[in-house]
Design a protein around this ligand. Structure first.
Ligand code: HEM
Length: 507
């Protein structure tokens, strides 16, 4: 008998507890939103914030990075703060060294960044800090530093050049309607190469018919839409869209789903067939790691790291060479001296004997770094070497694109493309990495730098020695698409001619 009243009371109690819980959750969410808006300072009415919010900067500048460069050049400290974004941006090498080395622990990638890329990159090296980062960094440094992986990478790139890149360019050579988008070609090239290197699979994107691989399409979409999250006015926007599974967030979810299915299937197959004798990164990591999702995350980070960056570096190299035929000629002369006139692809040793090529590539990335800016989040209140106060939680961004255009950093000729600035008595002379953080610098410096440089050099050489290129949009200022790495809006359309058959030499 005693249990009856409590049975009657229970539904009311449940409803009451549920309503209370619901009200507390809603109040807490509204309070958090309010705090977030207060911190964002969405109403800031200073000139810079107004120009940002109304996009009026675009009347004067082609790209947001050009406007930031302009502001940084005017700033006495080479540092600016965009209040509405809570973002401190610096082009001051002392600050860069401080963030990336001296007080590295205070400037991790941070939670806001890992949330933006988390669905796509998971726990991969690009997206983690602390112990997980240290573990992957150690493992990846050992693998990428080994001689066997370097020769494996060299073999992949050489095969891709001989069997696909050169045949593709030859097939359009001399055709008046044979306009080829070099950016698209380089993206296909680097996707094939990095997939073979990381996964041991060949998507065949650079076959003559230029097929669309569903993996490449899903990968592109996931990178683009993840990067777009970072430029929404507030993270609330993409988070709500993700919750409701609508619009760009639905597309992102679908593409990540496809990537996961393909990656996991590949990992399962590899485990079944055996990985001990294979050379690719996945097989190497499988010896130490069992967790399939973790393996997937690690490899996807490598794909992101090594694909778009290399394609971007090559695209801008050909963009600047189109305006500097004398540099193309000097590269050809140097390579003729080292390789003779008829060899198709340079060897590893020959590449090391070409300082002018290295200088030209460094100079091109000084002006057009593949990663234009990179952000960290301050853990504690801090003061940068130039005196800028940094409140805890502030986003702090170093800006290699602006740094390449600062008189204070590179002198009055900073806008000129001059490979000679990297040479002393004909020998390549590297600069302070914090003045040139194109591969980042300090404790998290790019792990693929040497691989990337060799890859870009052999591709550029093979093409320059065999073909002439004529840009079909020579007077167009470069405009970039927002994304994780610099991509030209509209690509890089060129006419290609086998050398010796062209009426006049171009680049
Ligand atoms: C021109 C080509 C490249 C450029 C300009 C470049 C630039 C960079 C930059 C700026 C970072 C720091 C990113 C960040 O922490 O937010 C980075 C990190 C990294 N890069 Fe590269 N990269 C290039 C090619 C490659 C290639 C080909 C690979 C691999 C095969 C690679 C592997 C990595 C890895 C694993 C990291 C993460 C390092 C860490 O967090 O400790 N990169 N790279």
């Amino acid at each position: 008998m005693e249990s009856e009243p409590s049975l009657l009371v229970q539904p009311y109690l449940q409803t009451y507890v549920f309503s209370l819980f619901f009200s507390i959750t809603i109040s807490f969410s509204l309070f958090s939103l309010l705090l977030f808006l207060l911190r964002l300072k969405l109403w800031c009415n200073c000139d810079v914030c107004r120009s940002f919010l109304t996009s009026s900067w675009s009347f004067e500048f082609d790209n947001l990075c050009d406007w930031y460069t302009h502001l940084l050049r005017k700033s006495p400290t080479q540092t600016i703060h965009i209040h509405v974004l809570g973002n401190t941006i610096t082009a001051n090498p002392d600050n860069v060294e401080y963030m990336l080395k001296t007080r590295f622990e205070n400037y991790p990638k941070g939670k806001p960044f890992s949330k933006i890329l988390g669905d796509f990159l998971g726990r991969g090296i690009f997206n983690v800090d602390g112990d997980s980062w240290r573990f992957q960094r150690k493992m990846a440094s050992l693998e990428l530093g080994s001689v066997s992986i370097r020769s494996y990478a060299f073999e992949i790139v050489t095969t891709e050049i001989k069997s696909r890149l050169i045949p593709l360019l030859s097939s359009v050579s001399g055709k008046e309607d044979g306009v080829l988008d070099l950016q698209d070609v380089f993206r296909r090239f680097s996707f094939d190469s990095i997939c073979r290197f990381s996964f041991g699979i060949d998507p065949g994107c650079l076959e003559l018919s230029l097929p669309m691989s569903e993996f490449a399409v899903a990968f592109d979409q996931a990178s683009r839409l993840s990067a777009q999250r970072a430029i929404t006015a507030s993270p609330m926007i993409w988070k709500i869209k993700r919750l409701l599974n609508v619009g760009s967030e639905k597309k992102l979810k679908d593409s990540i789903k496809l990537i996961n299915v393909l990656a996991k299937e590949l990992i399962r197959q590899r485990r079944k067939k055996g990985f001990a004798k294979r050379q690719d990164l996945l097989s190497r990591f499988m010896g130490t790691i069992n967790d399939e999702t973790y393996l997937r995350d690690i490899i996807i980070s490598f794909l992101v790291a090594g694909r778009d960056t290399v394609a971007s570096g090559l695209t801008s190299f050909f963009l600047v060479l189109a305006k500097h035929p004398e540099v193309s000629s000097a590269i050809r002369d140097e390579s003729d001296r080292v390789m003779g006139p008829s060899q198709e692809v340079a060897t590893f040793e020959q590449i090391r004997g070409m300082p002018y090529l290295q200088a030209a590539l460094y100079e091109s990335m000084r002006l057009y770094p593949p990663v234009q800016f990179d952000s960290k989040f301050s853990q504690e209140d801090d003061i940068l070497p130039d005196g800028t106060f940094i409140r805890r939680g502030t986003r702090v961004t170093y800006h290699p694109y602006a740094m390449g255009r600062m008189e204070q950093v590179w002198g009055p000729d900073c806008h000129e493309f001059k490979p000679e600035r990297w040479l002393k008595k004909g020998i390549f002379s590297p600069e302070n990495p914090f003045k040139y953080p194109v591969f980042q610098a300090g404790l998290r410096v790019c792990l693929g730098k040497e691989l990337a440089l060799v890859e870009m050099k052999i591709v550029a050489l093979s093409l320059l020695r065999r073909f002439d290129f004529e840009s079909t949009t020579p007077n167009q200022a470069p405009r970039f698409v927002p994304g994780l790495s610099a991509t030209l809006n509209g690509g890089l359309p060129v006419l290609v001619r086998e050398r010796g058959t062209s009426p006049h030499n171009h680049c």
